[in-house]
Design a protein around this ligand. Structure first.
Ligand code: ADP
Ligand code: ZN
Length: 517
């Protein structure tokens, strides 16, 4: 069967979405590839269709038992012979599946990495006719990703074992550094990368200071009667308190977190899907694999830990393409809590650093006074030349001043230091600071040394951050956070593009504006 026939016969669709056909062709040509698509973008079809076109069986590595279960169930419902192997099966069930693999009856086998590496299970896999290896949620292999799983790091063994078999790495969230790392870790550095747009123009984006949250929620929700929404909270206790607070205000709200027993959880979920409950107040445990297309709003009661998680969570609103609203509460207190959570975690030090850097990007998003969608898109390395008009910053723009000269100074200092320095040292160069790092590198002789004396350290830090967030400067986290120039940087340097920035606001003033009373 051709790929078009498979799409029609098993999935009932007439046309591929953008990129799906190219990705499938690449796999059929036995080339490795990486698929980056937002949640709901249609990643699964990209490996499921080739699995059915080719002879043999496709191995799908997936970290979550629940997701595996859902995918296999819907494949089976479509008449695709498939099964999963993970720790939840009895040995009799496992034996039956193994027989079906051997007889060539199955087309897709989902397996957890734990299972794959337990007891040399790979030896069994080697006896099968594998035609493709799909690695779902592949950001889990990277410590740069937001959901690192140690057992994923051994997956490079797959390419070593099956050098001729195409590997397909799929993920909904990966910035450029994570992306590069995933491919290195999987042993497929030359994989072809396919990125579909992360833009979700039907979602409005707003941020409010973390004051009077419950009261604002009441106003927000009462303006949207009969519309479904999700509120994400930091802790289980939080979800219970907020849900109760809302119920007292007459809103049908239920909490949901991993500590609730599974029967109640599925009842709450069902009631939400059937629109019997208006609002779910949840920890991040809620949302994976939930298919509700008419969620009209997603609210973050406190700051998420990173931009990837935030993006994924707001992405659960408006899956039907209709206008939907998102709202994020932000206070300095949230940052402190998040930092403590990272510091007190069991993570090794270098990973704590990655988490802190990611938290910092989230903070920058929340504090930003430039178009928020631009920040999101530039985070995922999509070029955004224009403001979106559909976020709170665009609708209520802060006063800006012409900062082209400042931008040019910073950019030319980046060029003169050969794109090798991080923000701190760059500011020292701009301000002409006399210190050891400067002398060690001989930066005191640069033409740009001291050209930015007129600004304080904090002011430069603020302006450079704004430049980063608007995509005028790039940053390489995997090269010790060194700042890099891109195409837009050069337009600014050549005087072809003007730069407007928001005037620096001192820490104390900002804190007073943002924090709980
Ligand atoms: P992801 O894994 O990227 O989150 P899925 O693969 O689950 O997304 O796809 C999301 C939805 O889009 C599913 O309901 C799927 O059946 C549908 N879909 C995928 N590809 C197509 C297509 N070519 N035409 C129509 N619907 C599609
Ligand atoms: Zn905007």
């Amino acid at each position: 069967m051709t790929k078009e026939q498979v799409l029609k016969k098993y999935f009932g669709y007439d046309k591929f979405r953008p990129l799906q056909a190219e990705i499938i062709e690449t796999i059929l040509a036995k080339q490795d590839c990486m698929v980056l698509m937002p949640t709901g973008g249609g990643k699964s079809i990209c490996f499921q269709v080739p699995a059915l076109v080719m002879e043999g069986i496709t191995l799908v590595i997936s970290p979550l038992i629940a997701l595996m279960h859902d995918q296999v169930q819907s494949l089976q419902a479509n008449g695709v012979p498939s099964a999963f192997l993970n720790s939840s099966l009895t040995s009799v069930e496992q034996r039956t599946i193994e027989e079906k693999c051997k007889s060539g009856e199955l087309k897709l086998l989902y397996i957890s990495p734990e299972k794959l590496f337990y007891n040399d299970y790979l030896n069994f896999i080697k006896t099968l006719t594998i035609n493709q290896i799909a690695i779902d949620e592949s950001h889990c292999v990277s410590t740069w990703g937001h959901d690192f799983r140690p057992e994923y790091t051994k997956l490079n063994i797959l390419k070593e074992t099956f050098p001729e078999i195409p590997v397909v790495a799929l993920t909904a969230t990966a910035d450029r550094v994570t992306r590069k790392d995933i491919l290195t870790q999987l042993g497929v550095p030359d994989a072809k990368v396919f990125i579909s747009s992360f833009d979700r123009p039907n979602l409005t984006l707003s941020v409010l200071p973390g004051r009077n949250r419950l009261k604002i929620l009441q106003q927000f929700i009462s303006k949207r009667p009969n519309q479904s929404g999700i509120i994400y909270c930091l802790s289980r206790k939080n979800t219970e308190d907020v849900a109760e607070g809302l119920r007292k205000l007459g809103i049908t709200a239920m909490h949901y977190h991993a500590g609730v027993d599974s029967k109640t959880r599925s009842e709450v979920q069902d009631a939400f899907i059937k629109d019997e409950i208006q609002v779910i107040v949840a920890t991040i445990a809620f949302g994976m694999g939930i298919d509700k297309s008419n969620v009209r709003f997603v609210i973050h009661y406190s700051l998420p830990s990173n931009v990837e998680s935030y993006y994924q969570e707001i992405g659960r609103a408006g899956r039907d393409g209709m206008k939907s609203d998102t709202l994020l509460f932000y206070s300095f207190g949230d940052i402190i809590t998040r930092k403590e959570m990272i510091q007190n975690s069991e993570l090794p030090d270098d990973m704590k650093e990655v988490q802190l850097a990611k938290l910092d990007r989230m903070k920058q998003y929340a504090e930003s006074e430039i178009c928020r969608r631009r920040i999101l898109l530039s985070y995922f390395n999509e070029e955004a030349q224009n403001d979106c008009g559909n976020c709170d910053v665009c609708q209520n723009p802060p006063k800006k001043f012409d900062a082209t000269i400042f931008a040019q100074k910073a950019l030319s200092a980046i060029a003169r230091t050969e794109e090798k320095v991080a923000m701190g040292l760059l500011i020292d160069v701009l301000r002409g600071s006399q210190n050891r790092s400067i002398y060690d590198r001989g930066y005191q002789t640069l033409k740009t040394f001291g050209v930015g004396k007129e600004l304080k350290y904090e002011e430069w830090a603020d302006y450079i951050t704004q430049l980063l967030n608007s995509g005028i400067i790039d940053i390489a986290y995997d090269e010790r956070h060194s700042l890099k120039l891109n195409a837009i940087s050069w337009q600014v340097l050549k005087g072809e593009k003007k730069v407007d920035l928001v005037r620096f606001e001192a820490y104390e003033a900002k804190k007073a504006r943002l924090d709980e009373e």
